[in-house]
Write a new protein. Structure first.
Length: 176
């Protein structure tokens, strides 16, 4: 059987971490270590915390080897952002038409995430997935929404006529 070996100087920091933890995943890790030190078996801890046996063993081994730092190492850092664009650079790119980029070889006037991935591959030599593009846009504070169809006309009075129709739609109907 494998159990967490909590040393005397680690007991209080673990209790403090359990009390102040705002992250449920970190709390679960700490609780597994706490209960393991109380001689709860790996299968019991697995069913209590709803993680697989291998994960419980991994947490215990990492804690026994490096203490709390062993549980933290690499925890929650994720993959670094691969698209080094600022919000202003994103806005500049998205306001330009994809058909203006010769290497994209597209007649499209609207960006899609697939086109953006192709743009980064061809122009910046960065291979990124569509979810990475979406996440990077979100982190930059930009929303990725479906494009809306914009109806236009070559008629020079089109805008005036359109505004008149919109104004008529807003007027209440008169009862006869």
């Amino acid at each position: 059987m494998i159990y967490a070996e909590i040393w005397q100087n680690d007991a209080e920091p673990i209790k403090q971490e359990l009390r102040r933890s705002g992250d449920s995943k970190w709390y679960r890790r700490m609780k597994i270590i706490d209960l393991s030190a109380q001689k709860k078996s790996v299968p019991e801890l697995s069913s209590l915390s709803d993680v697989c046996l291998a994960t419980v063993r991994d947490y215990i081994r990492r804690y026994n080897k490096n203490g709390l730092d062993g549980l933290r190492s690499g925890y929650g850092v994720g993959c670094p952002r691969k698209i080094p664009f600022s919000k202003e650079e994103w806005e500049d790119l998205l306001h330009r038409s994809p058909c203006g980029f010769e290497q994209l070889n597209t007649g499209s006037r609207n960006w899609t995430q697939k086109l953006l991935a192709k743009y980064f591959r061809l122009y910046h030599r960065i291979t990124v997935s569509q979810p990475t593009i979406s996440l990077t846009l979100k982190q930059s504070g930009l929303k990725w929404n479906r494009g809306w169809l914009k109806v236009t006309s070559p008629d020079p009075l089109y805008i005036v006529k359109r505004e008149r129709i919109e104004a008529l739609k807003k007027k209440p109907l008169k009862a006869h």
